[in-house]
Ligand binder design. Structure first.
Ligand code: FE2
Ligand code: FE2
Length: 361
């Protein structure tokens, strides 16, 4: 007869007891008595959202200022047996370090608006383009493919440390990771779908990516990424018509823009929540943003970053100067929108910004 470990034998004995004597426990049926009787209701025809569950309040809906100390994955609101082991990994237990008041709604929206880079882009509408335009688009897509995944790696770096009681934040960050995977994927596809290919990587962009990945804590990383870097990208995508050469690219920019708008909205409201609870940290955020602003500004020094955009905006390599003029208008928009978002978050950088608001003509 096959020999099993003691644990496996215990289970077999337990199952035999149930079979032979009908001894069942059923104590779990009377667990968590104050949590019984919940009836969450959809707020509208969008269905039963994560936020609707929180409207119940009490042990399910109230998000604690400090995550429960048991350190397990036990879901918020259930009864946690005393022998539940701590996983020892959740050390971001303070709500102010990760929370944003819009995070549950943003998760609901993200789930509802997922799209497919395979199915939702009219790839069959791609037509051969003049060499300078195809090369400019392929270089832009090379750069975007290079930078998009930081916005997945950064949440992934922090997410597993966030207390399970803040599951709304973790769920939202999981959608952001999926969004960014799609962005990497769609820009790579565009570069490889119309007779071109990937062109040149960007050492200057790597410096910014490093600053985000090495930021000392979640909120500084989030300020650099969600508000500064993704904010600039959001304004760029919002003006995607300026760079797009056809319906394929217009659709790509439009769909990516929707996703980026959520990421930026979370980052802005997270910084607001954080600064309301920890106003003494404002100077630290100012100084990390100043370094980030300089790094973004320095990207212009890199021909593979600036020139392709100018060729696309101008409509050809022979109209690159016209393109640069359009880009400087876009740059001002990027800076103004960034400053506005910071103001909403409670951080006024209008007189402290480390880069010019307008570029000289
Ligand atoms: Fe993205
Ligand atoms: Fe993003």
């Amino acid at each position: 007869m096959q020999r099993f470990s003691q644990k496996v034998q215990e289970v077999l004995d337990y199952a035999a007891d149930i079979r032979n004597r009908g001894t069942v426990d059923l104590s779990w049926m009377s667990a968590n008595p104050t949590g019984w009787g919940a009836r969450a209701k959809p707020r509208d025809d969008r269905g039963l959202g994560l936020e609707d569950i929180n409207q119940i309040g009490g042990r399910y809906g109230a998000v604690p200022d400090y995550g429960d100390a048991h350190g397990s994955m036990a879901p918020r609101g259930c009864e946690v047996p005393a022998n539940t082991p701590s996983l020892g990994c959740y050390d971001i237990n303070d709500k102010s370090l990760v929370w944003a008041d819009n995070v549950a709604l943003l998760y609901d929206e993200a789930v509802a608006r997922q799209w497919s880079s395979a199915r939702d882009i009219p790839w069959d509408q791609l037509k051969p383009l003049p060499d300078d335009l195809e090369k400019a688009m392929c270089q832009l897509c090379t750069t975007l493919t290079e930078v998009e995944f930081i916005a997945a790696d950064m949440p992934a770096k922090w997410m597993w440390r966030i207390n399970h009681d803040f599951h709304e934040v973790k769920c939202f960050l999981a959608t952001q990771i999926a969004d960014e995977a799609r962005h990497l994927d769609v820009f790579r596809k565009r570069a490889l779908a119309n007779g071109g290919g990937l062109l040149k990587a960007s050492p200057a962009n790597e410096q910014i990516l490093r600053a985000i990945i090495e930021a000392p804590d979640y909120t500084t990383a989030s300020s650099l990424m969600h508000i500064l870097a993704e904010g600039f990208v959001l304004t760029l995508f919002r003006n995607g018509e300026m760079l797009a050469l056809n319906e394929v690219e217009k659709k790509i920019f439009r769909l990516c823009m929707q996703d980026e708008a959520r990421h930026v909205a979370y980052g802005t409201m997270h910084l607001k929540y954080f600064l309301e609870k920890r106003p003494e940290r404002a100077e630290q955020i100012h100084s990390i943003l100043a370094a980030g602003e300089e790094a973004i500004f320095a990207l212009t020094l890199e021909p593979q970053t600036a020139e392709p955009r100018a060729i696309l905006a101008g409509g050809g390599v022979d109209r690159i100067l016209e393109g640069f003029a359009k880009l400087s208008y876009l740059y001002t928009k990027q800076v103004r929108e960034y400053l506005h978002r910071l103001k909403v978050a409670g951080l006024d950088r209008s007189t402290r910004i480390a880069i010019p608001i307008e570029l000289p003509n």
